[in-house]
Design a binder for this molecule. Structure first.
Ligand code: B12
Length: 379
């Protein structure tokens, strides 16, 4: 395995880079190598040889990490049982392997020529009969079944999706819909989710992990720019519904005024919009300059609105090179001592802020609010 697996990992990565998933075929008992196969990127295990594999055990242990295929035994019931036996066996497989998805129902081999036709048909019909998700709420991965039946003495694990760590339900659906960039259906889902969750829980517990997950897969070459764009547009649609809820009641005096925008060359505004929504939700007035703001634009907005704080958002390491120019422009305009400055964005660190003469740093929208609140109190 130590010689073969690194090579197989490279082959798998090359397919993934093309957006193609990998199915690994092996007969026999593969219990010992299965975790390795999953780790090196195998997406589907087939045919789950009934003479080596306990499908209940596989679903439980690995159903949330890999797709499972096959296991309907070509000997019994397919070759030597009755159509009723076949139906019963398919039903049993489905009851264990279907919940949460991740099962491709098929025989444990091919349809060999000694399988009676009526048994083959019985298998196909039973798959349609018991394999449908129509009318049922479904989750993206097989975790429900994977953890539903602890062995005696075993602790019951909580069902969570392996990519996001989110339990099945609205939050997981929202994660999936943003991940897949399915614009249009997100609105209804978020509205439903708000009946059970508060807006911040939806954003932090489901939406942000989804867009980050898309970003990670973009970095590894598994997803492409159109995927990123669709996911971010879906995220934005969800934010359009949630942001007003964060903003809350507007009938009170703002606790401070913030001019906020992304720096020159930076079009990433999802995080900036979250900062804006949370600041507004916490009683601050926000002047949103939008995206791609030169130092001159910031300076003229500061002159016009006289804010307490100016916030720079930057997501690209290249555009962060803009920050010193922004601070210099404030100094030149005689505004440096009049406003507090804060910077944020995925690649930004406290150290970066300090090195570039920025007063404050916030690693996320929550922290932005806290840091600004504290600084204004101390001012
Ligand atoms: C969505 C996205 C896009 C969307 C943006 C849509 C939009 N309207 O925003 C689109 C598809 C347009 C895009 C384009 C590009 N992108 Co892009 N994108 C992303 C992605 C996946 C998610 C960003 C995001 O929204 N995150 C979720 C939000 C909630 O998080 P956040 O922005 O970090 O904000 C939080 C904190 O940082 C903080 N914060 C943010 N702003 C501020 C401001 C203040 C004052 C404070 C206190 C805090 C704060 O609070 C926020 C909330 O908690 C990231 C990957 C990633 N993991 O970040 C790549 C990423 C940022 N993109 C990247 C790249 C390379 C690009 C492109 C150059 C791709 C290309 N080849 O064309 C272009 C550049 C466009 C441009 N000129 O800006 C790289 C940047 C690499 C680097 N080191 O510079 C990343 C990291 C992806 C990657 N791993 O390669 N992208």
């Amino acid at each position: 395995a130590e010689h073969h697996f690194p090579r197989l990992a490279r082959i798998n990565a090359a397919w993934h880079a093309k957006g193609i998933q990998v199915l690994f075929h092996s007969d026999g008992k593969i219990d010992d190598i299965l975790p390795w196969l999953i780790d090196i990127g195998v997406d589907c295990i087939q045919p789950m040889d009934p003479y080596g594999v306990d499908y209940r055990d596989y679903k439980k242990k690995y159903g949330n990490r890999v797709c499972l295929a096959g296991n309907i035994d070509i000997e019994w019931p397919l070759a030597h049982g009755t159509p009723e036996d076949v139906e019963k066996d398919v039903k049993e497989h489905m009851s264990v392997l279907k919940p949460g998805g991740g099962y491709v129902a098929c025989s444990s081999h091919s349809i060999v020529n000694y399988i009676p036709n009526e048994n083959h048909m019985a298998m196909i019909n039973a798959i349609h009969k018991y394999g449908s998700y129509a009318g049922e709420q479904w989750a993206f991965t097989g975790t429900e079944a994977a953890v539903s039946g602890p062995e005696p003495g075993e602790e019951k694990q909580e069902a969570v999706d392996y990519r996001s760590g989110i339990s099945p339900g609205f939050l997981l659906e929202i994660f999936d819909v943003i991940y897949r960039g399915e614009r249009g259906i997100i609105k209804g889902l978020v509205e439903k989710a708000m009946e059970q969750h508060d807006p911040l829980e939806i954003i932090n517990g489901s939406m942000t992990p989804a867009i980050k997950s898309v970003g990670d897969r973009f970095s590894t070459g598994e997803l492409f720019l159109p995927d990123l764009i669709l996911a971010s547009q879906t995220m934005q649609e969800a934010m359009d519904i949630l942001a007003p809820r964060l903003e809350g009641n507007k009938d009170f005096k703002p606790r401070g005024k913030i001019v906020l925008g992304t720096v020159k060359g930076d079009l990433h505004d999802i995080g900036k919009n979250m900062v804006k929504a949370l600041l507004k939700g916490n009683g601050f007035e926000v002047i949103d300059l939008g995206i791609d703001n030169s130092p001159e634009k910031f300076v003229s907005a500061i002159k016009e609105h006289n804010p307490d704080v100016v916030g720079y958002s930057g997501l690209l390491t290249t555009t962060l090179g803009e920050i010193p120019a922004q601070i210099e422009a404030l100094e030149k305009a005689g505004l440096r001592e009049k406003v507090l400055t804060i910077v944020g964005g995925a690649p930004v660190t406290k150290d970066f802020a300090e090195r570039n003469g920025v007063d404050l740093f916030g690693k996320d929208a929550n922290e932005a609010v806290k840091v600004i609140e504290k600084a204004l109190k101390e001012k």
